[in-house]
Ligand binder design. Structure first.
Ligand code: G6P
Length: 493
C-alpha cells in the first residue's frame, strides 16, 4: 500500500481541482469542522459522491485543511494535497485569481492593469510548481490507462505535465469559466500564453460549458501559437478538435467538448423542503413583510457578478416606478469570496455601502427595501430561492451561473428570470428569461419592472420551461458524459 493506505496506482477515475468538496475549519477547542466547498465547480462535481469510486485530488486551502492533512483526516474518496502555503498563495491568489480569472472575465481596468513584472514572474514560477505537484500526485495514484479529469484555470499546466509522466492515461480538462477573446488573452506575456495553451492541449479532451467559450478557445489557439502548425476544426455534426504540430515534441490532436452543466433538480427539491430551510423561510418572511414581491439574487461577492450595478438598477426602479415602493423587497445574498485579495474586500464593502444607502434613502418604518446578508448559509439561500418572484442574475461575464438554473427549479410560486446575455446560462435559458445587457443599469431597471409586472399565469408557464431547460443535463450525467467521451478515445490519440 502507498502512503495513504491505498495501493499506489489504483484509481481508475480521478478528478483534480483546487477547491475540493469539503473544507475544514479549526475550532477553538482544537476539533475540525467540515463544511461544503462553495462555487459552481464544487456544486457540479459533488453529485459524483464517493460511491462513484472516483478519487478526488484537491488542495488544502487554509490552516484547517492543513491540520486535517496532518492528522490524516479525510473524506472517503478525497485526497487533499498540502502544497507549501506560500507556493499555494502565489499560485491561487497571485496567478489563478488575480491574473487568469481577470483575463477570462475581462475584469482589468486596462489603463493601469495588468502589469506583468518580476513579481508576476515569481508567482508564475509558483503556479508551475503547484501544477507539477498535482501532476505528480495524479501520476502516483492513477491505475494504468485511468481517466483523469482536471478542473479549471488553476490547473491549466497539469494536463501537459501529467502526460509527460504518464502517456498511458486518458486526460481531460474542463473550464468552468468563460474563455477570453484572443485579443484579450494576448495581454498575457507571449511565452506565458503559449505555455498555458500547450499545457491544456496536453489533454486528450478539453471541455467547456458553452459553445461560445469553446469557439473562443479554438480561435485563441492559432492566434497565440504562431510558430506551430495549428488546425482548429469544427466539422458539422462531428466532434470539434484542435491539432498542433511542431516545432519540438509532437503534440497531436485534442478533442473539444461542450457540456452545459445543469441544476440537480432531485437534490434541490428534496433539500429545499428540509426543516432548516423552512425555518429560514419563516425568518425571511418576517424580514420581507407580508404581501410584497421579492427580487432575489445569490452570489459569491465576486467582481464578475455585477452586484453593484444590480443594486443601482433596483434603486433606479424605486426612483422611476414609485408604485413599487413598499411593495417589493430585494433580497441579496452576497457571500464573502477570495477575501485575501484587496480588490474583493473593497468590492464587498461597496456592495454593503450601496445597500445601506438605498435603505437609508427609501426605507420606511415598516419597509426595508434591501435585505442584504453576507454570511454564507446554503439553507437560507434555498429559502430565498423558494420565495423568489424575480431572480436577478446579471453578471458581466460568467462561465455558466448555476444560480440562474437553480432558482426556477426551487421557487414555490414561479419566478421570472432577469438574465445577463453574458452568462453561459443565456445559451440555454434566454428564450424564457428577460435578457439584459449587464452594463445597462437603466435597461436592467426596466427589465426588473417588466419581470415584476408579468401576469401570474405567464410567470408560472415560463418557470416550468426554465426549470426543464435548467435541468436538462444534471451534474451526474454531465460528469458521466465527459468520462465516457474520454474512455471512448483510443489510447495515444
Ligand atoms: C468559480 C471557479 C471555481 C471556484 C469557484 C469558487 O466557480 O470556476 O473553480 O472553485 O469559483 O471560488 P474559490 O476561489 O472560492 O474556489
Amino acid at each position: 500500500p502507498g502512503r495513504h493506505g491505498r495501493p499506489e496506482r489504483a484509481a481508475q477515475v480521478l478528478v483534480a481541482s483546487n477547491r475540493g468538496p469539503v473544507t475544514y475549519a479549526l475550532r477553538d477547542d482544537g476539533t475540525l469542522d467540515a463544511r461544503r466547498g462553495g462555487g459552481g465547480l464544487v456544486s457540479g462535481l459533488s453529485a459524483i459522491g464517493p460511491d462513484a469510486g472516483a478519487l478526488w485530488v484537491c488542495s488544502a486551502l487554509g490552516d484547517g485543511d492543513r491540520e486535517a492533512v496532518r492528522r490524516g483526516v479525510a473524506e472517503p474518496g478525497v485526497r487533499m494535497l498540502a502544497i507549501d502555503a506560500a507556493v499555494h498563495a502565489d499560485a491561487y491568489n497571485g496567478i489563478a485569481n488575480s491574473v487568469l480569472w481577470f483575463v477570462h472575465h475581462m475584469l482589468y481596468q486596462t489603463p493601469l492593469e495588468p502589469v506583468f513584472d518580476a513579481e508576476f514572474r515569481r508567482q508564475w514560477g509558483a503556479y508551475r510548481t503547484y501544477n507539477r505537484a498535482f501532476a505528480e500526485a495524479l501520476a502516483a495514484e492513477a491505475a494504468p490507462g485511468a481517466a483523469v479529469l482536471i478542473q479549471d484555470y488553476h490547473l491549466a499546466l497539469a494536463p501537459g505535465m501529467l502526460r509527460e509522466h504518464r502517456p498511458d492515461l486518458r486526460i481531460g480538462h474542463f473550464s468552468h469559466t468563460p474563455w477570453a477573446p484572443p485579443e484579450y488573452f494576448r495581454m498575457l506575456p507571449d511565452d506565458v500564453a503559449e505555455e498555458l495553451l500547450l499545457g491544456m492541449l496536453g489533454a486528450d479532451r478539453l471541455g467547456f460549458l458553452t459553445e461560445r467559450w469553446a469557439k473562443t478557445f479554438m480561435r485563441t489557439c492559432p492566434s497565440v501559437l504562431g510558430p506551430y502548425d495549428v488546425v482548429p476544426s469544427w466539422p458539422k455534426d462531428q466532434a470539434p478538435s484542435v491539432t498542433v504540430r511542431g516545432p519540438g515534441p509532437a503534440h497531436g490532436r485534442t478533442w473539444i467538448g461542450v457540456h452545459g452543466l445543469g441544476a440537480d433538480a432531485e437534490f434541490l427539491r428534496r433539500r429545499s423542503h428540509e426543516p432548516d430551510v423552512e425555518q429560514r423561510m419563516a425568518a425571511l418572511r418576517d424580514e420581507i413583510g407580508a404581501g410584497r414581491r421579492v427580487i432575489v439574487r445569490v452570489d459569491r461577492t465576486e467582481l464578475s457578478k455585477n452586484i453593484v450595478r444590480g443594486l443601482l438598477a433596483y434603486r433606479t426602479l424605486l426612483d422611476e416606478h414609485p408604485e413599487w415602493r413598499e411593495r417589493v423587497v430585494h433580497v441579496a445574498f452576497a457571500y464573502p469570496s477570495r477575501q485575501d485579495l484587496a480588490v474583493y474586500r473593497d468590492y464587498t464593502a461597496e456592495v454593503s455601502r450601496i445597500a445601506a444607502e438605498i435603505n437609508e434613502r427609501y426605507g420606511t418604518a415598516g419597509w426595508t427595501p434591501v435585505v442584504l446578508h453576507v454570511k454564507d448559509d446554503f439553507a437560507r439561500s434555498l429559502a430565498a430561492y423558494r420565495l423568489a418572484d424575480v431572480a436577478l442574475v446579471n453578471p458581466i461575464r460568467d462561465g455558466m451561473n448555476l444560480v440562474a438554473k437553480e432558482i426556477p427549479v426551487v421557487s414555490d410560486a414561479g419566478c421570472t428570470l432577469v438574465l445577463s446575455r453574458e452568462a453561459g446560462a443565456y445559451e440555454e435559458l434566454h428564450e424564457e428569461a428577460i435578457v439584459v445587457n449587464p452594463y445597462d443599469v437603466s435597461g436592467t431597471a426596466t427589465a426588473l419592472h417588466q419581470a415584476l409586472s408579468l401576469p401570474d399565469g405567464e410567470r408560472a408557464e415560463r418557470t416550468k420551461r426554465l426549470a426543464a431547460a435548467a435541468t436538462a443535463l444534471p451534474p451526474q450525467q454531465w460528469f458521466l458524459d465527459q468520462l465516457h467521451a474520454l474512455e471512448e478515445l483510443g489510447e495515444g490519440e
